[in-house]
Design a protein around this ligand. Structure first.
Ligand code: GLA
Length: 735
């Protein structure tokens, strides 16, 4: 069984195929965290704890004389503020009007089959065949108040994932105020680890950084009301020596699309703690008697087999047990999007011209981006007025869509429901629906304001707008955008004492809208977007199987963005398009072939004026589209291997896909520098079958040779040249 409860030793042990996770209730009723690492069954890991008096470490209630017992250094499962632990905490709450303090002791527990659900929040789920999934609930209670904390664990034994959530409940009559409520905390006995995290900016998301953890606190976070371009709510802790192939790695992903906080602390005894949860900078959430608060879910994965195994385990589990869309299994349409082709400046004829060309080269869908609604000829007006601008289009939306469908293409459309322009009918009618602080000039981003999604009437307006749009034409795809950070969080509808809850309520409102869209229109392919990849997080994947990865479409900068994104997300969720040359964001010139090779790393499409392509480029595009379609399963579901890092290898970036049974693979290389008198470059493949014989470029190699000796790369012939090849198993070594 995945979950073992030992009533005598008072241990709770969660086993997956590669990991063991253990907690123990000690003699004082405190819930200790004793182990999370490689699978090691049959042990009470509390032997690792060595009690001692470390000085200036306070004793909690009931342990006054035992100076070797302190929450300040014990490994704790869910550390709360106010009982002598001075490290970073998971929970800061208490009776309203008092200094926050909790002393949580074990109350009860139970184990059930299947996975718990989290109404209103994204959560991983057990699929139809997942009989191995179990839930553990451990209830803790404050010593003094009727405040209960239920820790929930979902154990996906075969998928090697453990999920965590905490639910805080006020069963008393006095209000309780929550100021911090993390989804999880983990304590490790040693800081012998490094942190990998993914920083960035607009048009440069998820850059890889690996760093040692100093004494004190290290933090990656977002206070922007969205997960953000600048940091990502996915991190890895790993051995200092961990590589792609070897070493202990812990992946932590927060299933949340709002602001977040991930902190590590190396304490006075060189122990390491990590906590992860929602942004608590302004949090003040009041629970009246009988109310509860659920934190978003965190998904954890441990492997002792290196970073490639970690990424593939998380990617596979997210694909099957987090993404709900029918499009995770259906063949997604290959599309052309008109944004970089026309921006706001288009006519019906221009759109049809692009669509016609798209149909001719084998694409499946035309996506109409920003600029089709209200008064929207620039990004300074119109948001909120979700009715088609027939004057601009010269027809109704249905007429346009029908013309496009007649060409054999399906139709998709862009919306940005969370926003409002001051120059819009919506704002003129409901200025108080925008988040602004009374009496202050609001902070504007991209000249727009953020709608107050904590308000029911705003949610109803947007549900209605979505329904009207969906019924106005045959729409098969929605690109859901969000183009500014949230700021000035004041809800005109909330009582003054509840303003500290608005930021999280905004995200709950967003999830309600996404749930409405995805449950009412389950066949619609939803693509997440936020100025490119500003909201690329596991929470969004629960609703959208793919996310526009970056507004930067330059193939070479995308190498770094895709590399970073691949650590924590399935590559099928990475929307990537071939765009124009020179590139619109940085002016770089890259060959058409290279742009295709790079975009085929993710969910593939085009974003340029197809009608302006040369004959040669159109031929190449046809070839790319046919190739992606032929090897669709490999690209979408194959195991993904980073063969080199764009952050350390100056000469090239290489990656590959390997089919589940290892009989097929692709290898892609983009050369990032040129040399006179070039030396031969080699790359070692990964994830193949050692004893299988593969055919590559007309020659035969064993899997062992390809992985341990590698292949010799062709010499690049121009700037940013690329190489793409397919490998097929054609035999096996005789034993
Ligand atoms: C954002 C998106 C782009 C495009 C524009 C439209 O920046 O990331 O792809 O849709 O908005 O305004």
């Amino acid at each position: 069984m995945a979950i073992r409860v030992d009533q005598t030793a008072k241990t709770f042990t969660l086993d997956t195929i590669k990991s063991t996770y253990q907690m123990k209730v000690d003699a004082h009723g405190n819930l200790l965290h004793t182990y999370y690492g490689a699978r090691a069954q049959g042990t009470d890991f509390s032997y690792l704890i060595s009690p001692a008096d470390h000085g200036f470490c306070g004793q909690p209630a009931g342990c006054g004389d035992d100076r070797t017992y302190s929450m300040d250094y014990l490994p704790l499962e869910y550390p709360a503020h106010g009982n002598g632990d001075y490290r970073i905490k998971a929970l800061r709450a208490g009776a309203a009007g008092q200094a926050p303090a909790l002393d949580l002791r074990y109350h009860s527990s139970d184990v059930t089959a299947g996975k718990y659900a989290l109404p209103g929040l994204p959560a991983m789920f057990a699929g139809e065949g997942d009989q191995d999934v179990q839930t553990l609930r451990i209830v803790l209670k404050d010593l003094y108040e009727e405040i209960y904390v239920t820790l929930l664990y979902g154990v996906f034994e075969k998928k090697n994932i453990v999920t965590r959530t905490a639910v805080i409940e006020n069963k008393g009559s006095r209000p309780v105020c929550i100021r911090r409520a993390m989804s999880m905390g983990l304590d490790f006995p040693e800081n012998d680890k490094e942190l990998i995290h993914f920083y960035g900016k607009h048009a440069g998301e998820r850059q890889f950084e690996r760093t040692a953890l100093l004494h004190g606190i290290t933090e990656v976070s977002s206070t922007r009301g969205m997960s953000g371009h600048q940091h990502n709510p996915f991190v890895v802790l790993c051995d200092k020596s961990a590589t792609e192939e070897n070493g202990d790695c812990w992946g932590i992903s927060l299933l949340y699309s709002g602001g977040f906080r991930i902190q590590t602390e190396t304490d006075q005894l060189d122990q390491l703690r990590i906590v992860c949860g929602i942004d608590d900078e302004e949090l003040e959430w009041t629970l009246s008697g009988g109310e509860s608060f659920a934190t978003p879910e965190a998904a954890l994965c441990f492997t002792d087999r290196g970073l490639a195994d970690l990424s593939n385990t998380i990617g596979a589990a997210f694909r099957t047990n987090l993404i709900r869309s029918v499009w995770k299994d259906r063949r997604r349409p290959l599309l052309v999007n008109n944004w970089e082709a026309t921006y706001f400046d288009f006519t019906k004829e221009k759109l049809l011209e692009i669509a016609r060309q798209a149909a001719e080269i084998g694409l499946d869908m035309f996506v109409l981006d920003d600029g089709w609604f209200g008064k929207r000829d620039s990004d300074r007006s119109g948001l909120g007025d979700w009715y088609v601008n027939e004057e601009k289009l010269g027809c109704t939306l249905r007429e346009l869509v029908d013309d496009i469908r007649d060409m054999g293409l399906s139709f998709g459309i862009w919306i940005e429901p969370e926003m409002v322009s001051e120059d819009s009918d919506l704002y003129r009618a409901h200025p108080d629906w925008a988040l602004t602080i009374p009496g202050r000039d609001p902070v504007r981003g991209r000249s727009q304001l953020v709608l107050d999604l904590s308000r029911a009437e705003v949610i109803e307006y947007l549900k209605d707008a979505i329904d009207r749009l969906m019924h106005s034409a045959d729409i098969a795809y929605i690109k859901w955008d969000m183009n500014r950070s949230v700021e000035n969080i004041y809800s005109a509808a909330a009582p003054s004492l509840s303003q500290g809850a608005v930021k999280h309520r905004y995200v709950l409102g967003l999830y309600e809208l996404l749930e409405h869209l995805t449950s009412r229109y389950p066949d619609v392919l939803l693509e997440g977007c936020s100025g490119g990849g500003g909201r690329f997080d596991a929470g969004m994947l629960y609703y959208a199987p793919q996310i526009w990865c970056s507004d930067n479409t330059d193939a070479v900068e995308r190498l770094r963005i895709h590399y970073g994104t691949s650590f924590g997300y399935p590559m099928s969720s990475v929307a990537a398009h071939v765009s124009v040359c020179p590139n619109e964001q940085n002016g770089r010139r890259t060959p058409f072939q290279t742009r295709g090779v790079c975009a085929m790393q993710g969910s593939f499409g085009y974003e340029l004026d197809l009608s302006a392509l040369s004959e040669e480029e159109l031929e190449e595009a046809k070839h790319q589209i046919a190739c992606y379609k032929e090897h669709y399963e490999l690209f979408q579901k194959g195991r993904y291997y980073r063969l080199s890092s764009p952050f350390t290898n100056r000469s090239f970036t290489a990656w590959s896909y390997v089919s589940e049974d290892g009989s097929e693979a692709s290898v892609s290389i983009v050369f990032t520098d040129l040399y006179g008198n070039p030396k031969p470059l080699r790359v070692k493949l990964k994830g193949l079958k050692e004893d299988a014989v593969y055919r590559l470029d007309g020659k035969e190699y064993t899997g062992g040779a390809l992985m341990y000796a590698g292949i010799v790369l062709p010499v690049p012939e121009c700037d940013y040249d690329s190489y793409f090849a397919l490998l097929k198993q054609c035999g096996a070594l005789s034993k």
